[in-house]
Design a protein around this ligand. Structure first.
Ligand SMILES: Cc1cc2nc3c(=O)[nH]c(=O)nc-3n(C[C@H](O)[C@H](O)[C@H](O)COP(=O)(O)OP(=O)(O)OC[C@H]3O[C@@H](n4cnc5c(N)ncnc54)[C@H](O)[C@@H]3O)c2cc1C
Length: 443
């Protein structure tokens, strides 16, 4: 019996994992991708000036999630440990935070006991007796790591994440030696190449039970239509949340009203990321610690935080010793940078770094050799960074992941229900799950 092909929309980690699962099971899959590249929010540049892959999107492997590590092994890729030590600007000095995960857990003590959900900001306002340092640590974590707005993010979801922090303490963070892009290439190419149609932007999904027609805009402006018996929608939450009238929105006919409520219970954060290459690793010199008013040498530092800066978080490439620094503005920090072009973002990042390192911008600029920057909210096909749960959103991901009439299936980091949402691991697991659901609908 000929099995009709399954359409996958989006060639990010979720869509590619879905298509690979289908292809490995002998099913024909067609992947429609709006960009001229695969990977979505994974965007690795191999700029020889940097000496390491430049990760403008995802960079770290958090712990040891099964599906992701299986892929890393299948692809024959090398992952290496990233030292997880942190320094923080405190009363003008850059001080070492001895045990970051334990400090955070301490600052969040009691959050697991809340009965009615409320926003994290409201939770902190009600904890009158909490010391300001701990409050700041929590706010920074939620803005930086979750890319979230503290006024929106569910305190209960932060509590659940906090349980996972024990893992963060035990489990290492890794980077891939060849970058995440190598993993995406492996998914696309091996064992047999997937049918990925680049520059093919889905604009309308017209569907009824077991019949789907996806209308697309193609490079030459010609509309194209692809037909199948079912579709796996692996689009970013930010795209799905767009009102139908907004440019870049993907319309469903009939609309997927049943999903709209779930989507409204999820937030979609913002991140601006900059990767800078300097002539030398100036922060490793003994004088750098004095200039930065640090309580110890920065030679072995990994993550540096100063919440007063536009780019409040920076990290080195350690353990690899290259003169590269990455700057990160997440959540409300990134919101303040929306609308700046690449050059303006670079200037803002250099200003933050100068203040962090106690260097005049001119002196720092003289050392800068190259830089890459990306604001993910300005990216037409991402519309932001990743999802988080808003107040009352505990069941939103589950409901977003539910298929509709054995015809529409949903993948993507926002649909992960196994505690890995917002990550590459969650995206991959969701793609595998959606593909299995779609194949299961054959019977
Ligand atoms: C700056 C940044 C840093 C991150 N760091 C980490 C990290 O260190 N570790 C980690 O695990 N995770 C990290 N993440 C999160 C991780 O990148 C994402 O969770 C994951 O890549 C999402 O994969 P996805 O397939 O769900 O979505 P996407 O990668 O967004 O894929 C969706 C695809 O759909 C395409 N598309 C959009 N609209 C259309 C359309 N109309 N028609 C056709 N195609 C369309 C997009 O171009 C894209 O390729 C980071 C994210 C960002 C932004």
């Amino acid at each position: 019996m000929h099995m009709a092909p399954i359409i996958v929309i989006g060639a990010g980690a979720a869509g590619l994992a879905a298509a690979r699962t289908l292809a490995d099971a002998g099913r024909e899959a067609v992947v429609l991708e709006a960009r001229c590249r695969i990977g979505g929010r994974i965007h690795t540049l191999n700029d020889p000036a940097f000496g390491v892959p430049v990760e403008l999107g995802a960079e770290f492997v958090h712990g040891r999630p099964d599906a992701l590590w299986r892929l890393i092994h299948d692809a024959g890729l090398t992952a290496y440990d990233v030292p997880f030590d942190h320094m923080q600007r405190h009363s003008g000095r850059l001080v070492t935070i001895d045990d970051y995960p334990a400090r955070l857990r301490e600052a969040l003590r009691g959050i697991a006991r809340i009965r009615h959900d409320l926003s994290l900001a409201e939770y902190l306002r009600r904890r009158q007796n909490q010391n300001p340092g701990q409050r700041e640590l929590v706010l920074q974590f939620v803005r930086g790591f979750d890319a979230a707005d503290p006024e929106q993010i569910s305190a209960k979801s932060v509590a659940a994440e906090q349980e996972g922090l024990a893992n963060m303490e035990e489990e290492t963070q890794f980077r891939l030696l060849d970058g995440y892009g190598a993993l995406m290439r492996h998914l696309t190419g091996s064992p047999a190449p997937l049918d990925v149609r680049l520059r093919t932007e889905a604009t309308l999904i017209r569907w009824k039970r077991r019949v789907v027609e996806v209308h697309c805009a193609t490079p030459r402006g010609e509309p194209a239509r692809v037909r199948a018996s079912r579709v796996i929608v692996a689009l970013p939450l930010g795209t799905l949340q767009l009102p139908a009238s907004e440019p870049g929105a993907v319309r469903f006919e009939p609309d997927i009203t049943v999903k709209r409520r779930a989507m409204s219970r999820l937030g979609y954060g913002s991140i601006a990321k900059v990767v800078l290459r300097f002539r030398e690793a100036f922060w490793e010199r003994p004088a750098a610690a004095r200039a930065a008013r640090a309580d110890e040498s920065l030679r072995n530092s990994s993550f540096l935080h100063d919440p007063t800066l536009a780019f409040p978080t920076w990290w080195t490439a350690r353990p690899v010793r290259v003169p590269v620094l990455t700057g990160w503005a997440g959540g409300t920090y990134a919101d303040r940078l929306i609308g700046l072009d690449s050059q303006e973002l670079l200037v803002e990042a250099m200003r933050s770094l100068g203040a962090l390192m106690g260097r005049r911008p001119g002196a720092l600029r003289a050392l800068l050799e190259a830089g890459h920057v990306r604001h993910w909210s300005s990216d037409r096909f991402a519309r932001g960074a990743y999802s988080y749960e808003c107040v009352g959103g505990a069941r939103a991901r589950r409901s977003l992941a539910m298929p509709i009439e054995g015809t529409l299936f949903f993948a993507g980091e926002a649909t992960d229900t196994m505690g890995q949402a917002s990550t590459v691991a969650g995206a991959i697991a969701s793609g595998v799950r959606a593909a299995r659901q779609a194949m299961g609908a054959d019977t």
